[in-house]
Design a protein around this ligand. Structure first.
Ligand code: PAF
Length: 254
């Protein structure tokens, strides 16, 4: 279970899934500088090692791997793994270099730990799609297991970045899920990707304090245009207060 720490029910649910299916659970905590852009929150990213270690122990994790930065980049920035075309679209277009940074660090973590199974949260759907491809392309001997997004009752997806939200912003942030829900209703009512995107934009339009980055209906594997009659992945990103939040919902067409 690869994490950046600041553990909450999201990554802990990955730990629990691993605990139920495997004999030894390794959880890594590494705030990976390669996946943050120059204006992003690398320095601010919440870090609380003592709390993380306690929560990991309570979740039945056997080994917590806390690599030093030098252990993750012993050769400096000499070799990077490209996440391919997926790294350029949707979330990748907003965060240049992000998915290559993720692929590079995850490839190294998998080679160091050599797990049979690796658990990732569906909340970062594009990360899951990119890592599936990387694992296939490099023939990494691991099975990727994607686990469902953990949500509050309000629909808000759990995220370490929710820690940046004031109580008012927390209410506002439920708009991401409400937008996804409107997109789902549009698709389930027989609409196509364009109708779903409009329905999501309309919901975002109700609160000018939520700065939407994108609200798209895409193919769940390529993040390009959805194929006719195939499932559609609704993906949203928006800035709420100090936090940039992402969420997604997979919708099957009737
Ligand atoms: O999802 C995350 O927390 C990170 O992107 C990961 C997979 C730990 C890689 O740094």
């Amino acid at each position: 279970v690869a994490t950046m720490g600041a553990l909450h029910e999201g990554p802990l649910s990955l730990g629990a899934a691993a605990r139920a299916a495997t004999d030894v659970v390794v959880l890594s905590i590494f705030v990976n500088p390669l996946q943050f852009g120059p204006t992003e929150d690398f320095r601010l990213y919440p870090r609380d090692e003592k709390r993380d270690l306690r929560l990991a122990a309570e979740a039945g994790v056997d080994i917590v791997f806390l690599p030093f930065p030098e252990e993750m980049e012993p050769e400096g920035r000499s070799t990077t793994v490209s996440a391919g075309p997926l790294a350029e679209v949707v979330e990748g277009a907003s965060r240049p270099g992000h998915f290559d940074g993720v692929a590079t660090v995850v490839a190294r973590l998998l080679n160091l730990v050599m797990p049979d199974k690796a658990y990732f949260g569906q909340k970062d759907a594009q990360q899951v799609a990119g890592l599936r491809r990387m694992i296939r392309a490099l023939a990494v001997p691991v099975e990727l297991v994607a686990c469902p997004t953990v949500r509050e009752d309000s629909g808000l997806a759990l995220s370490s970045r929710n820690a940046y939200l004031s109580p008012e912003d927390r209410d506002r942030a439920t708009l991401l899920y409400r937008a996804l829900d409107a997109g789902r209703t549009a698709i389930e009512g027989g609409g196509g990707p364009a109708e779903a995107e409009k329905a999501m934009q309309d919901v975002f339009g109700t609160d000018p304090q939520v700065a939407v980055d994108y609200a798209r209906a895409v193919d769940p594997d390529t993040f390009e245009e959805p194929r006719p009659d195939a499932p559609v992945l609704l993906v949203v990103a928006a800035r709420v207060g100090r936090a940039r939040l992402v969420d997604n919902l997979l919708v099957t067409r009737r």
